[in-house]
Design a protein around this ligand. Structure first.
Ligand code: SAH
Length: 350
């Protein structure tokens, strides 16, 4: 079997040093290479002009240089949100979103091509999992977007397609490279990872000594309701998830964000609000209410504004910190796997 070539954009500096030494080069070449990749965001080895032509040739033969190809970009007329479709080496497509906020630019990236978690309201779940993304493929979404917009990205959220904790090792590598001072040096506090609640991985992540924000998709306050929306609940029940989050806070001092997508008549009633307050009482956390994005194939509809506000009030009365997510890019399908899905459907019919 042919051995796969090493993916140098997924390597940390010490690994890169031993890689270039094996090619007969001095260790400082690794530093230069690292800078071209993670600082200058180079699109090709060809651009790396302070490396000798011979070394560049060797690199082209001996390694994989991962670069994403931009297939499509849609720009919202409402708020400037940009939705990108990128093509991977093997023809899979993934999507990423760029949002401009007062405090800086934010990118939402995918962690897998597809997803196997099967949440009932989510467009990304429909086709199942294609494959995990490499650390380089996660980084590249940020790199290509920063280059394309020519503006610094200051926040990254891993909330696009995929379950990041189902791709744990690549996620950790991605986090370390993205926040490394030799690269884009994005602050760990400006990085959010969202999970549907994989308990063993939440516990493991808590012990990594990171300062990232963990967002946990709760979406229902009781085990019975959650199970109807999220198949993963059959593996880890809602109290186990809540307790893992408590452990995460104790270990890291970072307050958990619970995401709660409100669907009319499903999880937005008075009783749901009180049950949620009950579940979270005494926990240092924050609830982010998201009016659910209706997805064509799914029969869920967004709660109206009155229901959202009343839900928020009930939580606040019980001492829970709540925000309502600002919706961006509605006019460009900037939500939850919708553009990727459209693209794939287009491909199937041609
Ligand atoms: N797998 C991870 C991250 C990707 S999903 C997770 O489950 O958290 C990112 C967020 O979008 C999750 O909170 C997810 O539940 C939510 N989401 C998915 N489909 C949605 C929809 N149609 N409307 C609103 N939020 C949705």
């Amino acid at each position: 079997m042919m051995k796969e070539k090493p993916d140098i954009k997924s390597m940390n500096l010490p690994e890169l040093v031993s890689f270039v030494e094996n090619l007969g080069e001095k260790p400082f070449r690794a530093k230069q290479l690292y800078e071209w990749m993670h600082r200058n965001l180079s699109e090709s080895i060809e651009e790396m002009t302070n490396l000798s032509a011979g070394f560049r040739e060797k690199l082209k033969e001996e390694c994989t240089y991962t670069v994403l190809k931009q297939t499509d970009v849609q720009i919202s007329k409402q708020d400037g949100t940009r939705k990108y479709l990128f093509m991977l080496e093997d023809g899979n497509v993934i999507e990423s979103v760029w949002m401009r906020y007062k405090f800086g630019n934010s990118v939402c990236i995918s962690s897998q091509a597809g997803c196997r978690m099967g949440c009932r309201f989510c467009a990304s779940a429909i086709g199942g999992l294609e494959r995990n993304l490499l650390p380089s493929e996660m980084l590249e979404q940020v790199y290509r977007i920063q280059k394309d917009t020519d503006e610094r990205v200051s926040r990254v959220v891993v909330m696009g397609t995929g379950e990041p904790l189902d791709n744990y090792d690549s996620l950790l590598r991605f986090i370390r490279l993205l926040t490394d001072e030799g690269g884009l040096h994005i602050s760990q506090r400006n990085l959010t990872v969202s999970t549907c609640g994989l308990v063993p991985e939440i516990l493991r992540l808590a012990d990594e000594k990171l300062q990232i924000t963990l967002a946990v998709s709760l979406h229902a306050p009781t085990q019975k309701k959650r199970l109807a929306l999220m198949p993963i609940a059959s593996k880890y029940d809602v109290e186990q998830v809540r307790d893992a989050c408590r452990y995460y806070f104790e270990k890291t001092g970072r307050r958990i964000t619970f995401e709660y997508a409100l669907a009319a008549g499903v999880n937005d009633g008075n009783e749901d609000a009180y049950n949620l307050a009950d579940l979270l009482i005494g926990q240092n956390c924050h609830v982010n209410l998201i009016p659910i994005n209706p997805v064509k194939e799914r029969k869920f509809f967004s709660s109206d504004q009155e229901a959202v506000l009343s839900f928020k009030n009930k939580l606040e009365k019980n001492g829970i910190h709540v925000t309502i997510r600002r919706e961006m890019g509605r006019d460009i399908d900037a939500a939850c796997g919708q553009l990727r899905k459209k693209y794939m459907e287009r491909r199937w019919v041609t």
